[in-house]
Design a protein around this ligand. Sequence first.
Ligand code: SF4
Ligand code: SF4
Length: 163
Amino acid sequence: MSNYLEKGYLEVSDIIHSFPSEDEFSVHPVAISECVQEIPCNPCVSSCPTKAITMEDISSIPIINYKQCIGCGKCVQVCPGLALFLVFKNKDSYEITLPYEMLPLPKVLDEVYLLDRTGKRVGTGIVKRVKQVEKNTYSSLITVSFKEKSLIYEVRNIGVKNG
Ligand code: SF4
Ligand code: SF4
């Protein structure tokens, strides 16, 4: 694993080995985890309705069983570390659902900048869904769609275009 603590972000090479196969995220969205620090935290585990997330103990790294995940997004909403995402291949495009804590929220069909883990623009995408938080302790969920498969490994935030 790269020295993410020094850099402040993960690289694709850090997550690719545990990424689900395209078959696993072509039927419905599947959760992926970029939670790599062993800290006492587990709301992802307790939020999951199918028990798809397990941890050896409260400070372990969460493991997602892709076959058990139904892509509901509850774990993404409750994760305080913004470390969980949903990935999906939807016909001829790819989608990522990410936790979003900025305001105003983008709207469905808005074109937005796609940002990588460093905040760099790596393309543009279309907002497919917006799920606004019901409680301010949770994150809103934004789903963006794009054509390039490689971006499913890169895009972890969005930037709203002005006007
Ligand atoms: S998306 Fe839903 S089913 Fe999948 S791991 Fe998260 S909470 Fe569990
Ligand atoms: S809720 Fe988020 S930060 Fe906490 S263990 Fe789960 S994935 Fe990691």
